[in-house]
Ligand binder design. Structure first.
Ligand code: SAH
Ligand code: MG
Length: 199
C-alpha cells in the first residue's frame, strides 16, 4: 500500500496530474475518521490517489468516484486493483454532470475535486444525495494563490477560471441551506454542512 501511494505520487508528478496535496489529503482522512464517515462520493478520481486514501481511512469506508477522462479512469482502475480495494472503491467512467444516481442514494461525504469551472453545478446537483448529517468538501479554493486576485490576471482563460472559483466561494458564503467553513489547508478546502431546520 505504502509503495503504491509513493508510485502514484511519482506518476502524478511526471504526468502533471493535480492530486491532493499531502496536508489536504491528511485533513480529509482525519475528517473521515473523526466523523465516522462511511459512504463517500468523489467527483474527479484522476488516478485514484485520494479515493484510495479515503477508503483506507476506516474498515467500513466505501468510496464511489467519478472520472470522465479515459486515461485517468483506466489508471485509477489499475491502482484500485493493485491494493485489492475493488470492494471499497467503485470507479464510474462518466461525466459527473451526466451521472444518474439511484433515487435515495445517500452519502456522508461528497468530495468535489473536478473541473474548477463547474463547482457550483456539481454542488447543486449532488447536494440532494447528502445524508442528513453529511458534508460537501471542496478542494482547490485557493487555486495556487490566484483566488482573490482575478483582476490582476492577464491570461483570459485563467482569469475566467479563477473568477468562477471566486463566484463559487461567494455562492457558498451566501447559501443559507449550508454552513461553510474555509480551511487554509493544501490548496484551500471548504467544508459545507447542511443547516438543520428542526424548529
Ligand atoms: N481527486 C484526485 C484528483 C482529481 S484531478 C486526487 O486528489 O487524487 C481532477 C479530475 O477530475 C481529472 O482527472 C479530470 O479528468 C476529472 N474531471 C473534471 N471534470 C469532470 C467531470 N465533469 N466529471 C468527471 N470527472 C471530471
Ligand atoms: Mg484538487
Amino acid at each position: 500500500m505504502k509503495q503504491l501511494i509513493v508510485e502514484m505520487e511519482e506518476y502524478a508528478k511526471e504526468n502533471n496530474i493535480p492530486i491532493m496535496q499531502k496536508d489536504g489529503i491528511a485533513f480529509l482522512m482525519k475528517y473521515i475518521k473523526n466523523n465516522e464517515i462511511k459512504n463517500v462520493l468523489e467527483i474527479g478520481s484522476a488516478i485514484g490517489y485520494s479515493a484510495i486514501l479515503m477508503a483506507s481511512s476506516g474498515a467500513d469506508v466505501k468510496v464511489t468516484t467519478i472520472e470522465r477522462d479515459e486515461v485517468n479512469y483506466l489508471e485509477c482502475i489499475k491502482n484500485v486493483k493493485k491494493c485489492n480495494f475493488e470492494s471499497k472503491v467503485n470507479v464510474v467512467f462518466q461525466d459527473a454532470l451526466e451521472v444518474n444516481l439511484a433515487e435515495g442514494t445517500q452519502y456522508d461525504l461528497i468530495f468535489i475535486d473536478a473541473a474548477k469551472g463547474q463547482y457550483q453545478k456539481f454542488f447543486e446537483k449532488f447536494q440532494y444525495f447528502l445524508a442528513s448529517n453529511g458534508v460537501i468538501i471542496t478542494d482547490n479554493l485557493k487555486f495556487h494563490g490566484y483566488v482573490g486576485k482575478s483582476e490582476e490576471i492577464e491570461s483570459k482563460n485563467l482569469k475566467q477560471l479563477v473568477k468562477k472559483i471566486e463566484n463559487y466561494i461567494e455562492f457558498l458564503k451566501n447559501n443559507e441551506e449550508f454552513e461553510t467553513k474555509f480551511y487554509d489547508v493544501g490548496d484551500g478546502i471548504s467544508v459545507s454542512k447542511k443547516v438543520s431546520h428542526e424548529n
